[in-house]
Design a protein around this ligand. Structure first.
Ligand SMILES: Cc1ncc(COP(=O)(O)O)c(C=O)c1O
Length: 283
């Protein structure tokens, strides 16, 4: 089955899918995006993702290209045409095509692009069984990390540094030495007393949907969490470390900056949280 993309009202072969050279997403990164996981044909956390998309658009004063119900229909059609039962759907909305000028164009029509791809649950499971390594890097991003903007250069540089150093992800830290988040993930630790800690929502992090869904599950399971920023030192000395995202779900971390966390194997709390999250996705 060949891949199909949705581009401004049309379903086109993925290989031919393109936008105009003066699309402001291309020229200015003037756009936003969402990545929604699909498990067994179900869009996980769909409401949260679409709420966040609407919020990002609102913060940037980009017109919604279509209302939520037709958007949901198009998403399902993209999944159907690509035969995606387990995978990810990617949505990108930009301010549209206009002659190059930094100020907002008066009459641009926002662009909407969608793609979908299959992912392997087995691969994700294997990675979770072993655990991954992360590094820490200074957070050099802008002051509105709460907006899911396509302007991702600092994230890309940090992720590349992680790849160069043989790590899966880079956790960024602010000028005061507190961890903000990963390049495409939220960061969590379990301290030596067994307390779960993750940074509260603010302009310094993207409010992850996986993070929010996991927090809600923790509440029903009666597991306590401290919403506070933690330092790189606390990260190094944590009993357990894990990260959350739409593509990694709950992923245990077993090494930070070359330092082994716990006994070098995924911690029992992280592993349990992954199971809790998996049963939420499968039900
Ligand atoms: C910077 C950043 N933080 C956190 C996340 C995790 O968010 P979510 O759980 O909604 O995928 C992402 C996802 O792309 C991200 O880009």
């Amino acid at each position: 089955m060949s891949r199909i993309a949705y581009v401004n009202g049309q379903y086109v072969p993925h290989i031919d899918a393109s936008v105009h050279v003066e699309d402001r997403g291309y020229q200015f990164a003037d756009g936003v995006y969402e990545v929604i996981p699909v498990v067994g044909n179900k869009l996980i956390g769909e409401g949260g993702h679409l709420d966040r998309l609407q919020r990002s658009l609102g913060e940037l004063k980009i017109e919604e290209p279509m209302k939520r119900d037709p958007l949901k229909l198009v998403m399902r059609e993209v999944l159907r045409r690509n035969g995606v039962v387990n995978g990810l759907i990617y949505l990108q909305i930009t301010r549209g095509v206009a002659p190059r000028d930094h100020a907002f164009p008066l009459d641009a029509v926002s662009s909407l692009v969608m793609t979908a791809k299959k992912t392997s649950l087995e691969k994700s499971e294997k990675k979770a069984e072993i655990g991954v390594a992360v590094i820490t890097v200074p957070d050099i991003r802008w002051g509105r990390c709460d907006i899911k903007s396509v302007a991702l250069l600092p994230n890309i540089l940090a992720k590349q540094e992680a790849a160069d150093r043989g790590a899966y992800e880079a956790f960024q830290y602010d000028v005061d030495g507190f961890v903000t988040e990963g390049t495409s993930t939220n960061a969590w630790i379990v301290d030596q007393d067994g307390t779960l800690i993750t940074r509260p929502e603010s302009n310094s992090i993207l409010s992850g949907i996986t993070r929010a869904d996991l927090l809600a599950l923790l509440e029903t399971e009666n597991i306590k969490v401290e919403l506070r920023a933690f330092t790189v030192e606390e990260l190094h000395n944590a009993r357990e470390v894990f990260l959350t995202s739409s593509s990694a779900y709950v992923q245990p971390v077993v090494e930070v900056d070359g330092k082994v966390i716990g006994n070098g194997k995924p911690g029992s709390i992280s592993a349990n949280l992954r199971e809790i999250f998996k049963s939420y996705m499968n039900n």
